[in-house]
Design a protein around this ligand. Structure first.
Ligand SMILES: C[S@@+](CC[C@H](N)C(=O)[O-])C[C@H]1O[C@@H](n2cnc3c(N)ncnc32)[C@H](O)[C@@H]1O
Length: 387
């Protein structure tokens, strides 16, 4: 298979001739773009200037991306957004004193955050939330991920070493089940942190799935890898008549039972503990959900899991597979760059394209696979497969 066809698994319309024309055009473009003389000309010529500026900006953003992320991480760790939301606009001096950072240094951070639209400065010189800082306040899951990224950046400090050698990694230790020989033996403290992180970021994902697929048509739902029960809790609030069950590792299931009991959903949601690669899945559900599960596991393990889900469903039953996917149009940096490296650092799984997942679902026996559009494909896409 040629490199061009291998990248997307697709050939352009027009076959071999179109392919070689496309490759020659790309090679010409790349020779031009690599030439300092052409770059100078493109930056000066009025018709190419906007494109040249855009390229320069895109390249600069890639070069500086880590610094941007650290500006954001510092704002989150210093609780800047929460402080400003609670007390209103504040001066650099007041914020410096609250954050216990020398004022001149904090001023650098505040200006950086304003440049990234996280903060804004009013005419009197006081700092307030910017549009992105304000949006973060409505997304506690994203804030939790930002804090958690300290682990990811440990593992990405030497990306070439990660590529060449793989684990053991800091992220692999955080996600205790990744690569574990006996995940069902994990104790409560090995699963609590990742389960809390998942629960806090689940609300948005659940809303996307609930808006994209009418669960009302089903009798009983089983959420496989249901964590602390955040997804089933959202479903319980949204679809009153639906019987609900979830399945997760024994230690996670024990924590889920406790949380569901506390939130008054203990009798509404049945909780099962086990290893979905070894133990049979509970029967009786006409819809099974795998929410942010499949991308965590390598291909052979996914084949076994999809087959187990197929066996657990009655004829006509549905599997809902929801997660961010590779090759998602306009979200490629999330699906392929972010999740690609994140899962590599975690030491197990990979983001898969819709086509790759469809092929695996067909292999497991599912007859029909449809994509139901979500509002935010970057966050999650949804495939519905029928047994
Ligand atoms: C990335 S989390 C997703 C949790 C939840 N579905 C969500 O979206 O918030 C993956 C979940 O799969 C569970 N899991 C991983 N391996 C498992 C296994 N072999 N058997 C049962 N559950 C497992 C983990 O404990 C965890 O709760």
């Amino acid at each position: 298979m040629s490199a061009a066809a291998g990248a997307g698994g697709r050939r352009p319309p027009g076959g071999q001739a179109a392919l070689s024309l496309r490759m020659r055009l790309r090679s010409l473009r790349n020779r031009l773009l690599a030439s300092p003389r052409f770059q100078r000309w493109a930056a000066a010529f009025p018709l190419t200037r906007p494109v040249a500026r855009r390229h320069t900006r895109e390249l600069f953003d890639l070069v500086a991306g880590f610094v941007y992320s650290q500006v954001l991480a510092a704002c989150v760790r210093l609780d800047l957004f929460e402080r400003l939301a609670a007390a209103g606009p504040a001066t650099s001096a007041a914020l410096a004193s609250a954050c216990e950072v020398p004022e001149a240094r904090l001023e650098v951070l505040l200006r950086a955050a304003a440049a990234l639209r996280l903060l804004e400065r009013d005419d009197g010189g006081a700092w307030d939330l910017g549009p992105l800082g304000a949006a973060l306040r409505g997304n506690p899951g994203v804030v939790a991920m930002i804090r958690h990224h300290a682990l990811l950046y440990e593992d990405l400090r030497d990306p070439v070493a990660l590529l060449r050698e793989g684990g053991p990694t800091t992220l692999g230790a955080f996600w205790g089940y990744a690569g574990a020989a006996a995940p069902a033996a994990l104790a409560g403290q090995a699963v609590g942190d990742y389960s809390t992180l998942m629960a806090v970021s689940q609300q948005l994902v659940a809303e996307e799935i609930l808006a994209a697929y009418p669960l009302r048509r089903h009798r009983r739902l089983l959420d496989v890898g249901g964590g602390h029960g955040a997804f089933t809790s959202a479903v319980a609030a949204h679809v009153p008549g639906l019987a609900l069950a979830m399945f997760d590792l024994p230690a996670v299931a024990a924590q889920a039972r406790e949380r569901l009991e506390q939130s008054g959903l203990g009798s509404r949601i049945e909780v099962h503990g086990g290893d979905f690669f070894r133990d049979p899945l509970p029967r009786g559900a006409d819809v099974i959900t795998l929410v942010r599960i499949v991308h965590d596991h390598d291909d052979d393990a996914v084949r076994r899991l999809l087959r187990a889900v197929y066996e657990a469903l009655p004829p006509g039953g549905r599997l809902l597979l929801a997660e961010p996917m590779a090759e998602t149009r306009r979200a490629e940096p999330a699906g392929d760059a972010y999740f690609g490296l994140y899962l590599m650092a975690m030491g197990s799984g990979r983001p898969r394209s819709r086509a790759a997942l469809e092929a695996m679902l067909a292999e497991a026996g599912f007859a029909r696979v449809r994509e139901h559009r979500t509002y935010t494909p970057l966050l999650t896409r949804l495939l519905v497969a029928q047994r």
